[in-house]
Structure formats: structure tokens, C-alpha cells
Design a protein around this ligand. Structure first.
Ligand code: HEC
Length: 403
């Protein structure tokens, strides 16, 4: 019962989260493009106009900076795309990583945390991330783009490194992504929308709005735009063990930030009519090749497949687990050829989803996942490629029934 609820909760929240995220990122791309394609017209002092064609008609869109002379009768606000993405993501994080922390967030080989401590570190990290970013944006540093970007970049990498010292690989990746996403939604909720509201209040009262509000909102929404591609990569990377199971995932994050931001830069410059900066693509591709290189160099299974000498990894003492011998036999003979630190199955370079099923302690930790994948459903082994029998599944079911 519990595993059915966990599985469905996970799927429904993820569905919602992805839909909201598509709407949010779509509008971020749309408005960046719109801003860049505005052209000056005599009727508008500051701002501009652009024409677009879509869905069987032509649109004439105008931007008034900071605001039009009078308050329009109707105004559409763009904020719920952002709020709903953050809220659904936060619930998904709680559902999967905090309720299921023993499976996804806590890796005893890295740090023995209680589920409570893990959640406190996770949520605390997100809050701290916002406070540091917002503090930087309110300091004189905000006016100097290059130092701001450099310090912001170093800060994200430092946090990613910190998360890797306390959480599982997947947990560290998703929390680094969530930290950036929290900064993005924080920008909308704490700065962009409140500033817009002040402008609206000024318009209604017949006062001249302060241009500083519009300027700040634009800067923060550009930051959001540059973060979109890296955030999506980090959210997906939890499914790809070549990335998240590497102890150097935090270094990879640095290169992914550079690659993702540069690709956004290419398009923002192109749409603004400032030409095609192809160098941005070249640097991004080099950065991604370095990421792939690090993933291979630092994962034992991938090194092995390329015939590279193994790295000297410190031996981690696993706690003794109380696992029935017949369960161990089933799992080792039907699952561990893929689910091991150095998989022997052709085409599998790292344990799928980071799930290790090679020794009793690892197997015991994955009990709930084994229930979902091999007892409740027959998703594993994939297409029953290792020919697990009905009897063997029963052995697993009987063991799990006692849990
Ligand atoms: C031929 C290789 C192979 C074998 C054998 C195999 N698996 Fe897997 N396993 C995979 C792959 C590939 C994935 C990732 C699937 C995906 O990307 O959705 C996976 C994913 C998983 C996951 C994580 C699912 C998730 O979405 O988080 C669990 C748990 C799992 N397997 C358990 C088992 C168990 C238990 C067995 C033995 C009964 C087993 N696997 C046998 C290849 C294998």
C-alpha cells in the first residue's frame, strides 16, 4: 500500500512539476526574445514595439518602460508559472527525497544522517542559497556584472561541493538544481512581482514610477534566464549515474553552468540583432566534452569499459546487514551483473540509477525499490533478461512481507 502511494505520488507530482516548468521556462524564453526583438517607435519614449505571427494571426506587442502613462483596464500577470513550478518541485522533493530519504538522499558511505537531519540540511541549504544571492544583489557588487557572475558561480560550485559531502550523488545534484531554482522563484516572488506592484500602485495614484524598479526586475529576470538550462540539466541528471555517482559531480556542475549560460547568451544576442556569437557554442561544446570526460575518468565501471587502469578508491566498510541468504542469492544471480559498481553487463557503464545490488548491505538498503521494481511490478530485470523465475520473485516477496 505504502509503496503504491509513494510511486503514484511521485509520478503525479513529477507530471505537474514538468508541466509547470515547461510553462515557466517557455515564458522566460518568450519574454527574453520579445525584449530583444523590440524596436524603437516614435510613440514610445522608452521601450519599443515588435510584430509577431502565430496561430493564424499577427500580434503587435509594445513594451512601455517603466510603465505606460495610464493604468490599462486589464493586466495579465506572469507569476504562477514560476510559483507553481517551485511549489510542485518542493513537494516532489519532499515526497521523494525527504520521505524516501533512505533510498534517495542518505548514503551511509558518505554520511550517516537521520532523515530529519537530511531534510534540515536540504531545506536549510535552499534558504541559505537565496539569502546569499539576495544579499549580493542588494550590495554594491550587483552593479558590477563580471565580479558578480564570478562570485555567484563560485558560490554555486561551493554549495554543490558541500551537498556532495553530506548527500547521495542524486541528492546532491537535485539539491544544487533546487537551490538555483529557489533563487529563480525567489527573484519572481520577492523582487520582480513586488516591484511591479509598486509601479502599478504609482500608476493608479497618478505618480511617476521609479525606473529603478523596472531595471531591477529586468536584471533579475535575465539571471533567471541564464540559469534555466543548467537547472533543467541538474534536475534530469539524477537519472544518469555517470553524472551523479561521480565524486567530481560538483566539478561537472561548473562546466554545465558555463555551457548552459553561454547557449542562452548566444540566443539572447542573436535575438537582439547583435549577431551570431558562434564562439559561445564552441565553448559550450568543449565544456560538455570535459563533463563527459570527467564522468568517464571518475566512474570505475566506465574506466573499466575503456580499459583504463582503476583509480585507487578508498575501501568503504559497509555495515553488516541482516539479509536472508536465499534473498542474496536471487539478487546477486539476477540483478548484480548490472547493479554493481563495475557492471559486467555489456552496454552498462555505471550501476543504473546508482542502485547497487552487489552485497547484503546494499541490497537491504534497496528493499523498497526492489519491492516496486521486481515484486509489485516486473519492471526489473528489464524484459526479464536474466530470467528470474516466479519462485525467485516469491522469495523476494516473502522477505519483503516481513519488512
Ligand atoms: C540488464 C541489466 C539489469 C538487470 C539484470 C537489472 N537491472 Fe535494474 N535497472 C537497469 C536499468 C537500465 C535501470 C534504469 C531504468 C531507467 O532508466 O528507468 C534499472 C533501474 C533499477 C532500479 C531503479 C528504478 C528507479 O527508477 O529508480 C531498481 C530499484 C532496480 N533496477 C532493481 C533491479 C532488481 C531488483 C533487479 C533484479 C531482480 C534488477 N534491477 C536487474 C538494468 C538492470
Amino acid at each position: 500500500m505504502e509503496s503504491i502511494a509513494m510511486e503514484w505520488g511521485n509520478l503525479l507530482l513529477r507530471w505537474l512539476h514538468i508541466i509547470c516548468g515547461i510553462a515557466w521556462i517557455g515564458s522566460s524564453f518568450y519574454f527574453m526574445h520579445l525584449d530583444a526583438s523590440l524596436r524603437q517607435i516614435p510613440e514610445i519614449d522608452r521601450g519599443g514595439e515588435t510584430w509577431e505571427v502565430h496561430g493564424g494571426g499577427f500580434y503587435q506587442v509594445r513594451k512601455y518602460l517603466v510603465a505606460p502613462a495610464r493604468m490599462p483596464a486589464e493586466l495579465t500577470w506572469h507569476k504562477w508559472q514560476s510559483y507553481s513550478t517551485w511549489l510542485s518541485g518542493f513537494f516532489l522533493l519532499m515526497w521523494m527525497y525527504y520521505l524516501g530519504s533512505e533510498l534517495y538522499l542518505i548514503d551511509p558511505a558518505i554520511k550517516q544522517l537521520t532523515p530529519h537531519m537530511a531534510a534540515v540540511f536540504g531545506i536549510g541549504g535552499l534558504a541559505l542559497g537565496w539569502l546569499v544571492y539576495d544579499g549580493m544583489m542588494k550590495s554594491p557588487l550587483a552593479k558590477h556584472v563580471v565580479p558578480l557572475a564570478t562570485i555567484g558561480f563560485a558560490f554555486i560550485i561551493a554549495v554543490a561541493y558541500g551537498f556532495q559531502q553530506i548527500f547521495s550523488g542524486r541528492g546532491a545534484m537535485v539539491h544544487t538544481g533546487a537551490l538555483m531554482a529557489t533563487i529563480m522563484t525567489g527573484n519572481v516572488f520577492m523582487n520582480i512581482i513586488p516591484n511591479q506592484k509598486k509601479v502599478v500602485a504609482d500608476l493608479i495614484a497618478g505618480r511617476e514610477p521609479n525606473p529603478e524598479y523596472g531595471y531591477q526586475a529586468k536584471v533579475r529576470s535575465s539571471h533567471n534566464n541564464y540559469l534555466t538550462l543548467p537547472v533543467v540539466f541538474l534536475m534530469m541528471s539524477g537519472h544518469y549515474p555517470l553524472v551523479f555517482s561521480s565524486p567530481y559531480a560538483w566539478v561537472m556542475i561548473g562546466f554545465i553552468l558555463v555551457a548552459g549560460a553561454l547557449i542562452r547568451h548566444f540566443y539572447n544576442e542573436r535575438h537582439a540583432g547583435r549577431g551570431d556569437k558562434w564562439w559561445a557554442w564552441i565553448v559550450s561544446i568543449i565544456a560538455m566534452l570535459i563533463v563527459i570526460g570527467i564522468s568517464v575518468w571518475s566512474n570505475p565501471g566506465a574506466r573499466d569499459q575503456l580499459g583504463l587502469a582503476p583509480l585507487d578508491a578508498p575501501l568503504v566498510q559497509q555495515a553488516k546487514a541482516d539479509l536472508p541468504k536465499e534473498v542474496e542469492n536471487v539478487i546477486v544471480s539476477r540483478c548484480s551483473m548490472c547493479h554493481a559498481a563495475q557492471p559486467v553487463w555489456d552496454g552498462i557503464a555505471a550501476a543504473p540509477k546508482g542502485v547497487l545490488l552487489d552485497e547484503p548491505a546494499h541490497i537491504a538498503r534497496q528493499a523498497e525499490a526492489i519491492r516496486v521494481q521486481a515484486v509489485m511490478t516486473h519492471a526489473m530485470p528489464p524484459n526479464n533478461i536474466t530470467e528470474i523465475t516466479g519462485e525467485e520473485r516469491k522469495v523476494l516477496a516473502q522477505w519483503l512481507a516481513k519488512k
